[in-house]
Design a protein around this ligand. Structure first.
Ligand code: GLA
Length: 452
C-alpha cells in the first residue's frame, strides 16, 4: 500500500484554508480526482474505447453559498483570486485561465435553465497542473458539483440536494466547458472517470454508447508508476484539435468506400488496409493509429480479465500481454499519431530497460506531461534510481514519480462544523448519489447500452 493523502487530510486542508480566508467554515467540500489512462489514447473523440483509472490526487473546492450573485474564488495553488458576477459573466479574455472552468460551468448550468447561486470558495489540490493527469476535468467536475450543491435552497447534510442532473449529463457539460471555454475539443474520458472512478478498478468505457464496466485491477505485487516529464504541454490544444480534424477527414474520405461508417471506431483494420492508400499520408498514419489502438484496448481488457481466472503461470502471461499492448500503444502514439516528445520517449525507454517493468507508455494528450508504467515491487528501487538519474542527466530536468493508489470518483463532503457548530467535523459525509447504485447516477449501466 502506498501512503496517500487521506480524505480527512485533503478535506480538512481545504476547510482550514477556507476558514483562514473567509473567517468561518465552508458548508462543504467538493472533491474530484485526476486520472491516468492505462490504454486507449486519443480514441475517445473517435467514438472508441478507453481504460482509465482515477488516481488518489484530488482537486478540492471548499465552498459556501452567498446571498448575492457573486462568485468569489481563491485558487491557492496558483496564488490567485478572482471574482465574477453570475448575471454578467466575464468573457474569458478578461479572466485568468484557471477561472475559465468555473465561469464555463456556471454559464452552462444557467444556460440549461438551472438556478445557480453566488458562492465563495477556495480551490486547492494535488493533481499536478498541466501534467496530463486531468487537473482541468477535476476542476470542472468539482465546480459543477459545487454549484449544484449550493443552489437548492433547502440543501443541508441532513437533506442533501437531489441531483437534478445525472452523471452522463454532468460529464457532457464539463466536456462542453473544455470545448467552449478552454478551446480544446476533447473527448468524454476525463470527466467520466473523474465521476465514476472506483478504488482498485479501471473503467472500461465505450465512448460512443457510454456503456461501461469497472474491471478489478488485481495488480498483486505491481505498482502503477506515473513519471512527470515536467515538460509544459505548449502544443497540446492546437495539435490536439488538429489530430481530431485529421481523424474526421479520414472518415469523410473513407466513406466513399465504406458508406456506413460514422467514425474511425466503425472501421476494421482489414477494411482500412484495403483503402488506406486513398488517404493523404498524414491522415493515413493518424487513422491507422486510432483503429489499432481500439483493438489494443479490447485485447488489453481481455488480458486483464484472464488474469483473474487463470492459473498462476498463465496469469503472468496475460499480464505481460497487457504490458506489451501498453508498449505498442506508446509506439503508435510516437510514430503514427506523433503526439509524443523526446522526454516522454526517454522516460518510456528508461522504464522498459528495467526488468520487472511490465509496460510503459505516455498517457493523456501528449506533447509533454506524464508516462504510466506498471512496475513489479522488486524493480521499484531500480526504476526510481534509473529514471531520476538518467532523465536528469539527459534533459537537465528533475522528473517527478508518483506511485498511485487507484481511487474513487468525485464526492461532496459536508462540513458539520459549519451547520451545527461541532468541533472536528471536517471529515464530513459523502454526498449521496455518487455511487452508481443510487438513482442519481445515470451513466448507463455496463450491461444495458444506452442509445447514442
Ligand atoms: C485529453 C482529453 C481526452 C483524451 C486524451 C487523449 O486528456 O481531454 O478527452 O482525448 O487527451 O486520450
Amino acid at each position: 500500500m502506498i501512503t496517500t493523502n487521506t480524505v480527512e487530510n485533503r478535506v480538512s486542508l481545504a476547510t482550514q484554508k477556507f476558514k483562514e480566508i473567509f473567517g468561518s467554515p465552508p458548508t462543504f467540500t467538493a472533491s474530484a480526482p485526476g486520472r491516468v489512462n492505462l490504454i486507449g489514447e486519443h480514441t475517445d473523440y473517435n467514438d472508441g474505447y478507453v481504460f482509465p483509472v482515477a488516481i488518489d490526487k484530488y482537486l478540492n473546492l471548499s465552498a459556501r453559498q452567498r446571498s448575492d450573485r457573486s462568485v468569489v474564488l481563491h485558487a491557492l495553488d496558483v496564488n490567485d483570486s478572482y471574482k465574477f458576477d453570475l448575471d454578467k459573466p466575464p468573457s474569458i479574455e478578461q479572466a485568468p485561465a484557471w477561472s475559465h472552468y468555473l465561469i464555463g460551468v456556471a454559464s452552462l448550468l444557467q444556460a440549461s435553465g438551472r438556478k445557480v447561486s453566488g458562492i465563495e470558495a477556495v480551490i486547492t489540490g494535488d493533481v499536478p497542473i498541466g501534467a496530463g493527469l486531468s487537473s482541468s476535468a477535476a476542476l470542472s467536475v468539482s465546480a459543477a458539483l459545487t454549484f449544484l450543491t449550493t443552489s437548492p435552497e433547502d440543501s443541508s447534510p441532513e437533506n442533501p440536494p437531489k441531483l437534478e442532473i445525472d452523471n452522463k449529463e454532468l460529464a457532457a457539460l464539463c466536456q462542453q466547458v473544455e470545448h467552449e471555454f478552454a478551446g480544446v475539443k476533447c473527448g468524454i474520458m476525463d470527466q467520466t472517470i473523474s465521476l465514476l472512478g472506483r478504488e482498485d478498478q479501471a473503467l472500461f468505457l465505450d465512448c460512443r454508447s457510454l456503456e461501461h464496466e469497472h474491471v478489478p485491477l488485481n495488480l498483486g505485487a505491481h505498482y502503477i508508476a506515473i513519471c512527470n516529464t515536467k515538460v509544459k504541454r505548449e502544443l497540446a490544444a492546437s495539435e490536439y484539435n488538429k489530430r481530431r480534424a485529421e481523424c474526421e477527414r479520414g472518415v469523410d474520405i473513407l466513406k466513399q468506400w465504406l458508406p456506413d461508417i460514422s467514425s474511425l471506431r466503425d472501421i476494421l483494420l482489414t477494411d482500412f488496409k484495403k483503402y488506406e492508400d486513398e488517404l493523404p499520408a498524414l491522415t493515413q498514419k493518424r487513422c491507422r493509429y486510432v483503429i489499432e489502438e481500439n483493438t489494443r484496448v479490447l485485447d488489453a481488457v481481455s488480458a486483464l480479465k484472464m488474469r483473474h481466472t487463470q492459473t498462476a503461470k498463465k496469469t503472468d502471461e496475460s499480464f505481460i500481454q497487457f504490458g506489451r499492448l501498453m508498449n505498442a500503444s506508446h509506439n503508435g502514439l510516437r510514430d503514427d499519431y506523433e503526439v509524443s516528445c523526446a522526454e516522454l520517449d526517454l522516460l518510456t525507454d528508461l522504464a522498459r530497460s528495467i526488468e520487472g517493468v511490465i509496460g510503459s507508455r505516455m498517457t493523456g494528450a501528449g506533447f509533454g506531461g506524464c508516462t504510466v508504467s506498471i512496475v513489479h515491487e522488486d524493480a521499484l528501487e531500480t526504476f526510481r534510481t534509473r529514471v531520476m538519474t538518467e532523465y536528469c542527466k539527459q534533459t537537465g530536468i528533475e522528473p517527478e514519480i508518483y506511485l498511485c493508489n487507484v481511487s474513487g470518483g468525485a464526492q461532496v463532503f459536508w462540513n458539520k462544523e459549519a451547520i451545527s457548530g461541532q468541533q472536528s467535523a471536517v471529515s464530513g459525509q459523502q454526498r449521496e448519489g455518487y455511487d452508481e447504485s443510487s438513482t442519481s447516477s445515470l451513466m448507463a449501466d455496463s450491461r444495458e447500452p444506452t442509445a447514442n
